[in-house]
Design a protein around this ligand. Structure first.
Ligand code: MG
Ligand code: MG
Length: 271
């Protein structure tokens, strides 16, 4: 059952999402060769608590940490550890926070130093596909329209779209209806309703779409050990249009990246 949110609730969810956005922005300049994912996890946990929130992932389904840290061939749900990142790695960081009883949940794949051109391209296209998908999250459309758009855009680049893991509705629990696959058929699936909030999160592989899981019961990685990218935004359907609750602007400020990619989805100011 889809649970639409009131405008007041959407504003609260924006606060939850902003804690995550700022956490990722804080981490961005720390992501360098030599740092460990466990160090970054501890920094994030402290930052989230200092901002009046609780880590959203810590203890959720018994996950042991505050961040999912998935380097290189890991797709999602990687567990932070003491292995230092190295030049040329990519690291997908998925972060959750709970504030005012609502979850924020979004993700960004960072480059560690200089990354191979084909990997850089994978990150670029995966992030573009996120916005291609968000554009279809509008009144009159259905779940399949978003999935179709992401799948078409990324498969046209020859990439593999992970099937087993999907985006989701978001609210007082981390995973609400509907599931939001990154593949699908136009005009199929549940119809979007005003006030709903979803996490749209393409997980796109350089090679095969197939995945495997490590014996730790969490870590998902590509079956062919080629890199995978993951970008995620929290989006509300307001006045029939997609409105971003999360933002990558803190990351871009930290890394001195200029982009207008979020402008078309920017929040309106309510009166
Ligand atoms: Mg996430
Ligand atoms: Mg999510």
């Amino acid at each position: 059952m889809i649970i639409p949110k009131s405008r007041e609730e959407i504003e609260l969810m924006r606060e939850s999402a902003l804690v995550v956005s700022k956490t990722l922005g804080m981490l961005a300049p720390e992501i360098k060769p030599g740092v460990t994912t466990l160090q970054l996890d501890k920094m994030a946990e402290e930052f989230i608590r200092d901002h009046g929130a609780e880590p959203g992932f810590l203890g959720l389904y018994d996950f042991p940490n505050s961040l999912c840290m998935s380097p290189n061939a890991q797709v999602v749900h990687g567990i932070p550890n003491k292995t230092p990142l190295k030049e040329g790695d990519i690291i997908s960081i998925d972060c959750g926070a709970i504030k005012n009883g609502f979850y924020g949940d979004h993700a960004y794949t960072f480059e560690v130093g200089e990354v191979a051109p084909e990997v850089k391209k994978l990150l670029e296209v995966t992030k573009e596909s996120l916005y291609v998908g968000i554009r279809e999250f509008k009144a009159g459309n259905r779940v399949g329209d978003v999935g179709y758009a992401i799948q078409k855009y990324t498969e046209d680049h020859g990439y593999g779209v992970v099937r087993e893991l999907v985006g989701h509705g978001l609210g007082k629990t981390m995973h609400e209806d509907p599931e939001m696959p990154n593949y699908g058929r136009r005009g199929k699936g549940k119809k979007f309703v005003e006030g709903m909030v979803v996490a749209i999160e393409p997980m796109i592989n350089l090679g095969t779409k197939r995945i495997k899981q490590l014996p730790d019961g969490w870590t998902i990685l590509t079956a062919d050990n080629k890199p995978s990218a993951h970008f995620e935004h929290d989006v509300a359907l307001v006045d029939g249009k997609p409105e971003l609750l999360s933002t990558f602007k803190y990351i871009y400020e930290s890394l001195n990246i200029k982009t207008k990619e979020e402008d078309e989805f920017r929040a309106k100011v309510y009166d």
